[in-house]
Design a protein around this ligand. Structure first.
Ligand SMILES: Cc1cc2nc3c(=O)[nH]c(=O)nc-3n(C[C@H](O)[C@H](O)[C@H](O)COP(=O)(O)OP(=O)(O)OC[C@H]3O[C@@H](n4cnc5c(N)ncnc54)[C@H](O)[C@@H]3O)c2cc1C
Length: 292
């Protein structure tokens, strides 16, 4: 099928992109890698009078480490993150996730900005960004604001981005001390979206107890789930197998899976329990070894 008719803009820089976004308001949709948006438009699940293609905005395309953070321009592809030598080893969850997003063809086109802005509950980067305490930089023609990943995902396919704003950058603070993170997902076949996914980040204190925990779940509800009860449960405990197992049960109480093509809700909760256990143990191991 072909999409409905639309006016196409291809700004060559950020100033022009922000001007077009401001002028077009809710009429316009931004196009990044097109891996989610174009199928929606071609199948006519969605149509937009105006498309603003960001592929020519080179200022949004970079990976750097600066001021204690990893900085990802919104138009950086997930394939570039996967292959980049600049991603610090201490960001284990990000490294785990990027090589398991779809397949190389999708990763060569799909961007980190598009992955989070699409806010598909099955997308992997929302949970990873929450676990890694990322900040999203949202710019408009005059001014910018920052929104924590934890507060960004409002509902299925709905984020905190307001009319006239663009996501321009993702800032991921480099962990200090004994911090480790991981992202684990279970798929039916290579290249599939997950049946369930778990991102966790743990900081251990001098006695090996969990001093900070951030945990988020993929494909287990209408949007990415911040597993706040699981985080509270983990605090002050040693990350032993029994604790990791119980964390899986607490997380199962927070998940809201439904039956679908990928399995029954009950099956997904079983997958979640196992992934949570493995993710907690792996994050703790990385934290103890100081490898993130
Ligand atoms: C076969 C297939 C399998 C896939 N499997 C997975 C998977 O396993 N895991 C996974 O995480 N993803 C998966 N995806 C999705 C893929 O990662 C997409 O690339 C991603 O969801 C969207 O990124 P994009 O750059 O293509 O964005 P687009 O499709 O261009 O845009 C997506 C949405 O984000 C908005 N947007 C994009 N950039 C910005 C910006 N800078 N500011 C404001 N709004 C913006 C657009 O307006 C649109 O609403 C899969 C896709 C396909 C086709």
């Amino acid at each position: 099928m072909t999409p409905s008719r639309f006016t196409y803009h291809a700004p060559g820089n950020l100033v022009n992109a922000l001007r077009l976004v401001a002028e077009s308001g809710d009429e316009a949709k931004v196009l990044a890698g097109g891996q989610s948006l174009i199928p929606l438009m071609k199948l006519r699940f969605a149509s937009f009078p105006t498309i603003i293609d960001l592929s020519g905005v080179k200022e949004l395309h970079y990976i750097s480490v600066e001021g204690g953070s990893l900085r990802l321009g919104a138009m950086t592809t997930t394939g570039e993150v996967e292959k980049s030598g600049a991603i610090p080893d201490t960001l284990g969850a990000l490294k785990d996730a990027v090589s398991h997003i779809a397949d190389p063809l999708v990763r060569n086109m799909g961007t980190v900005g598009g992955n989070v802005c699409h806010a598909d509950p099955g997308n992997d980067l929302p949970a990873v960004m929450i676990a890694l305490s990322a900040m999203f930089v949202l710019k408009r023609e005059r001014g910018e604001r920052r929104v924590a990943a934890r507060d960004f995902f409002i509902d299925s396919f709905t984020t905190a981005i307001k009319s006239g704003e663009l996501l321009t950058e993702i800032l991921i603070p480099l962990p200090e001390g004994n911090t480790g993170s991981s992202y684990l997902k279970q798929k039916r076949r290579a290249g599939d979206y997950s049946i369930a996914g778990v991102a966790s980040s743990l900081t251990l204190d001098a006695k090996g107890k969990i001093a900070h925990a951030a945990v988020a779940l993929t494909s287990l509800g209408p949007k990415v789930i911040v597993a706040a009860e699981t985080e509270k449960f983990l605090l002050g405990k040693k990350p032993e197998i029994s604790v990791a197992e119980e964390a899986g049960s607490v997380a199962a109480g927070e998940a809201q899976p439904s039956d679908d093509f990928y399995g029954t809700a009950e099956f997904k909760l079983n997958v979640l329990r196992r992934l949570m256990q493995e993710s907690i143990i792996l994050s703790a191991k990385r934290a103890s070894a100081g490898v993130g």
